[in-house]
Design a protein around this ligand. Structure first.
Ligand code: KG4
Ligand code: ZN
Length: 361
């Protein structure tokens, strides 16, 4: 398994360790194996991310059983590395946190079984975290000034695309979500059609650098619909038929322009729904972009242009946009703060954990 990201910032042991909110977090919902040590929901002492993604470049997507087998092999070394780089031991940790769903069941089980075992051996409390609450918390990581509620958040990943209006970390309402594919999935499927490697988001963004985004004007999905939902399946089909109608062997310039036009249409759709949402919630103090797709530079610039008078944030580094354990550690801290003892209640591991359980109204 390839270590994608490794960060360490030793715990300051000059301050008393007792009473500090240091959480060891584990995330294994998809093809990554990640562990992190996070204090107070924003200070990252370590973040380690390993991934079997290289094995899936040719398949165009994750093969669940392969991912879980790789995670079984790497979970323990990754946790040891997270503790080692933060220079802390189980004694310094207040609680463990783990992603309980949604995701690939085999992968989620590797993380939750490991977390339950460690929590039992070390006699520490364990917090089960909704993967989406992790993404929603990722804008706090390494952040010096705390963001201000209410916040309108676009969460767009390989498995989800949702718009949230949040009044607190764990409270708010779901304004809309995808009716078919997720935004990241649309990038992945589009890349596959264009013969570009998985994951599709970064490879489409790279190919698009040399292309013309106006070359292939794809339609704006749900453009005449008042809903705040998303739909990406039509765009993917439009790309498929455009490729079919072009010459058999696409030139690299054609691929670049198809990638740029497709990326532009996907991002315009996301910005269109954000614009409608801000009209309905004009008192939103900030707009946040989270999830793998928030790494997209074109999306960031379109959102910044569309909302010049608002504070717009995205995670401080790319590895906090895509799946990571630090965001799970942040979410667990906010659950402790806002839900008290309820944060520690027993939980099941669920592949299809409903979106409504990420944040409560
Ligand atoms: O959040 P994430 O790591 O995993 C899920 O929870 O799904 O998101 C992965 C998704 C993939 O579909 C990937 O193609 C997309 O995020 N992604 C991007 C970029 N980097 C990753 N999409 C657009 N532009 C990017 N730069
Ligand atoms: Zn994710």
């Amino acid at each position: 398994m390839l270590i994608l990201y490794q960060y360490g910032n030793e715990i300051d042991t000059n301050r008393a360790m007792r009473g500090r909110n240091i959480i060891l977090a584990i995330e294994t919902s998809c093809d990554e194996t990640a562990a992190a040590v996070v204090e107070d929901g924003h200070i990252v002492h370590s973040s380690i991310i390993a991934s079997s993604r290289l094995a899936f470049e040719r398949s165009g997507g994750v093969i669940p059983e392969h991912a879980a087998r790789a995670q079984i092999a790497s979970i323990q070394p990754v946790i040891e590395q997270a503790l080692g780089t933060a220079k802390c031991s189980s004694k310094d940790i207040k609680a463990l946190a783990v992603t309980r769903g949604p995701g690939l069941l085999g992968s989620l089980l590797v993380g939750t079984v490991t977390a339950r075992t460690l929590a039992s051996i070390w006699q520490k409390p364990l917090i089960g975290v909704h993967h989406t609450l992790g993404h929603l918390s990722s804008t706090w990581l390494d952040s010096e000034e705390a963001p201000q509620f209410p916040i309108l958040t676009l969460s767009a990943s390989g498995g989800h695309s949702d718009l949230w209006f949040r009044t607190a970390h764990t409270e708010g309402t779901l304004l809309g979500s995808t009716r078919d594919d997720a935004a990241g999935e649309a990038f992945d499927k589009g890349a596959h059609l264009l013969g570009l490697p998985y994951p599709g988001g970064p490879s489409i963004a790279k190919a698009a650098e040399n292309g013309d985004e106006t070359a292939f004007p794809f339609p704006l999905p749900l453009g005449h619909d008042d809903t705040l939902d998303f739909s990406f399946a039509g765009l993917k089909t439009a790309l498929k038929y455009t490729i079919r109608d072009l010459a058999k062997d696409l030139s690299s310039l054609q691929i670049a322009s198809l990638a740029a036009s497709y990326q532009h249409s996907l991002c315009r759709h996301l910005v269109d729904k954000l614009t409608r949402a801000i009209h309905r919630h004009p008192h939103s103090k900030e707009i946040h972009l989270v999830g793998g797709v928030s790494a997209n530079l074109h999306l960031r610039s379109l959102v910044t242009e569309a909302f010049p008078d608002r504070i717009v944030r995205w995670p401080k580094i790319i590895s906090y946009c895509t799946d990571n354990a630090a965001m799970i550690g942040a979410a667990a801290f906010f659950l402790m703060q806002e839900k008290g003892d309820a944060a520690f209640q027993t939980f099941s591991t669920e592949a299809s954990l409903p979106l409504g359980e990420a944040v409560h109204s």
